[in-house]
Ligand binder design. Structure first.
Ligand code: C2E
Ligand code: MG
Ligand code: MG
Ligand code: MG
Length: 292
């Protein structure tokens, strides 16, 4: 009995693995076509400032609209795109869309939130990232500080000096730089001193357990205090509840991103909610939120 159970379980396991391998292979083949056929979509998730709960920025998040699979998550296809280097042209597409969107918003509304774009290590290693962005800035003439690049700590782990040089060059163009998923990746904080950073994004895994989990609280308080002391901005990602928001406000974190405010939005949704009545700020349950 035990033997047959074991064999069964093994069979189930290999079948699941086989399915995953096949899906991965299919997606990999189709990524090329997706790029040619412009099947990528951007969503924009607002970053909200505490003073009046306005959308001062937004993170551009990539989606793949697949003809039969529906919307494919970036957590599934970005790793594949990184392995076969398609992340370079895909990443260029994202940067181009974002710069032109900022330009459009400035022309149409006289205002644009800053937009943050996720950069993969492969893009930073690719030879022409700096040139590509420089050209985009020239073409669109957007103020460079409206473009912010998010990198993860893992970029710094393996990359070393060459990547740091790229980040310095990007910074020289006037862009902003932030560390995404901060606190999850790297064992040494030494790079905080060497990099031209503007902002730290507190990872969702810490925000998830506040208030209440003392370890997460300690980590969050430490990141916030360190950011203030180093003159960095700090934002909490994955804010889902009023309790989390109130805790963060009490600890002097003033910038938030998460489902409590908005999920990633379509262009139409973000424009309707935040742009079409720019002079009315959108308030979230303002009586309950303890404003300073
Ligand atoms: P990330 O950069 O850490 O993005 C935040 C992720 O958390 C997004 O998932 C967002 O939808 C999700 N999120 C935001 N607020 C909440 C919340 O309150 N609760 C929960 N449970 N989740 C929340 P998404 O859009 O699936 O993106 C996943 C990851 O894919 C991103 O993580 C980023 O690493 C990567 N990614 C997305 N777009 C791009 C891109 O254009 N280029 C690259 N290289 N990576 C990208
Ligand atoms: Mg990000
Ligand atoms: Mg993140
Ligand atoms: Mg994250």
């Amino acid at each position: 009995y035990a033997e047959s159970m074991g064999r069964n379980r093994y069979a189930v396991f290999t079948r699941a693995m086989e399915k995953a391998v096949v899906r991965r292979h299919v997606l990999e083949c189709e990524l090329h076509k997706a790029l040619q056929e412009s099947r990528f979509i951007l969503r924009f998730q607002p970053q909200i400032a505490d003073d009046d709960y306005k959308c001062i920025g937004a993170e551009a998040l990539l989606r793949w609209s697949h003809p039969t699979e529906g919307i494919v998550s970036p957590t599934e296809f970005i790793p594949i795109a990184e392995q076969n280097h398609l992340i370079v042209p895909i990443g260029e597409w994202v940067l181009k869309q974002v710069c032109h969107q900022i330009k459009y918003w400035l022309e149409t509304y006289g205002y644009s939130p800053f937009i943050t774009v996720n950069l993969s290590a492969v893009q930073i290693r690719s030879s022409n990232l700096v040139e590509y962005i420089e050209k985009l800035l020239e073409q669109t003439k957007i103020p460079p500080h409206l473009l912010e690049l998010e990198i993860t700590e893992t970029v710094l782990l393996h990359e070393g000096r060459a990547s740091i040089e790229v980040l310095n060059q990007l910074k020289k163009l006037g862009l902003k730089l932030s560390i995404d998923d901060f606190g999850t990746g790297y064992s040494s904080l030494n790079y905080l001193k060497r990099l031209p950073l503007d902002k730290l994004k507190i990872d969702r895994s810490f925000v998830k357990d506040i208030p209440g989990d003392t370890d997460s609280e300690t980590i969050i308080n430490t990141i916030i205090n360190m950011s203030h002391d180093m003159g960095l901005e700090v934002i909490a990602e994955g804010v889902e509840t009023k309790e989390q928001l109130n805790y963060l406000l009490a600890e002097q974190c003033c910038l938030f991103q998460g489902f409590y405010f908005d999920p990633p939005l379509s262009l139409k949704q973000i424009e309707t909610k935040y742009f079409d009545n720019l002079h009315h700020s959108v308030l979230y349950d303002s009586k309950v939120v303890s404003l300073k």
